[in-house]
Design a protein around this ligand. Structure first.
Ligand code: A3P
Length: 313
């Protein structure tokens, strides 16, 4: 991968007291200008952000957030690709290497804007660190996320021709597995009690979607009635989202210029399980990965159950 270590212009030292100088951050080579523009990005007071690592349930939560911010306009949601209703900050730049392709669609959006990013806290706009905008974070078991990333990569071309086991051996061979994953989530976990942060997990959404919907609606100050709740539960169900063309990232797929994009397709809303990795990865891969995960968790002083909200808080 064409990723290099990057140093942001400043760090969120007001939010988390840690040795930021030792926080290794990576991004695509030659992206200093884009990252500087993100760092200095102007925000509107009512912008809402969804921040996650890839394949952690972003689309699922994003659909809920968009609906809550738009008076449960189900017709509107079904009429337009999700990526056009709520843009992914890094997408346009990563495909076209042109920052305007990232910022343009966001600037053109009517308020309240819902913006998606996979950037870690230190690479996000520094304005966010002031705590005036609402941020929703969704974590997930790293192994489920990596398995999901593999299938996404096959559909989008960059993992085409590679087996899941080959892909995961490469993940295991990389130096930063799983440091970036754990630190990305842990930083937001540490902010979970801030009034501007709503921290949840894919696992919580699977366990109690109704509860998460209630909590998010309170967090955004967007009350819903019983009928809207029932409609939300249906619209957000795995079966409905799987067959919904606007939530399967077909628009993004059409933009991607990889020569192998679309040659072998896996649905974006694919399996939707907790711990599905257990029957997809080899036992020895799982064992190796878990040793590394436990090491990094211990260094950060947090457990996986805590990051996934599976332990009483
Ligand atoms: P799997 O590939 O494990 O099935 P993201 O949107 O962050 O890329 O996350 C994609 C993952 O969320 C995929 O995981 C997808 O199936 C799952 N997902 C999306 N909508 C879902 C839903 N309504 N219920 C359960 N899982 C869902």
């Amino acid at each position: 991968m064409n990723r290099v270590q990057v140093t942001p212009r400043s760090y969120p030292t007001n939010l988390i007291d840690k040795d930021w100088g030792n926080r290794k951050l990576f991004y695509t080579k030659d992206s200093e200008n884009f990252l500087r523009l993100v760092h200095d990005m102007k925000l509107r007071d009512d912008d809402v952000w969804i921040v996650t690592l890839p394949k952690c349930g972003t689309t699922w939560m994003q659909e809920l957030l968009w609906l809550l911010l738009n008076n449960c306009d189900f017709e509107g949601a079904l009429a337009k690709d999700q990526e056009l209703r709520t843009p992914f900050l890094e997408f346009g730049y990563s495909v076209f290497h042109d920052p305007n392709r990232s910022f343009g669609p966001i600037e053109d959006l009517k308020s309240p804007r819902l913006i998606k990013s996979h950037l870690s806290l230190a690479l996000l706009p520094s304005k966010l660190w002031e705590g005036k905008n609402k941020v929703i974070y969704v974590s997930r078991n790293p192994l489920d996320s990596y398995v999901s990333r593999y299938y996404h990569g096959v559909s989008f071309g960059f993992n085409y021709g590679k087996s899941l086991h080959q892909y995961f051996d490469e993940v295991l061979a990389s130096d930063d597995f799983p440091t970036e994953f754990i630190e990305h989530a842990h930083e937001f976990y540490q902010l979970r009690n801030e009034p501007w942060v709503f921290y949840t997990s894919f696992e919580m959404m699977k366990k109690d979607l109704r509860g998460v919907i209630n909590d998010v609606s309170r967090f955004l100050n967007k009350p819903i009635n019983d009928q809207q709740m029932e409609k939300l539960l249906k619209h957000l169900s795995f079966a409905e989202m799987k067959k919904n063309p606007t939530t399967n990232h077909l628009w993004e797929l059409a933009q991607v210029q990889h020569e192998n994009a679309g040659k072998e397709m896996h649905p974006f809303v694919r399996r939707g399980d907790v711990n599905g990795y257990k029957d997809e990865l080899k036992p020895e891969q799982i064992e190796k990965a878990n040793v590394r995960i436990q090491e990094v968790l211990a260094k950060n002083g947090v457990t996986l159950d805590e990051l996934l909200l599976l332990k009483d808080q």
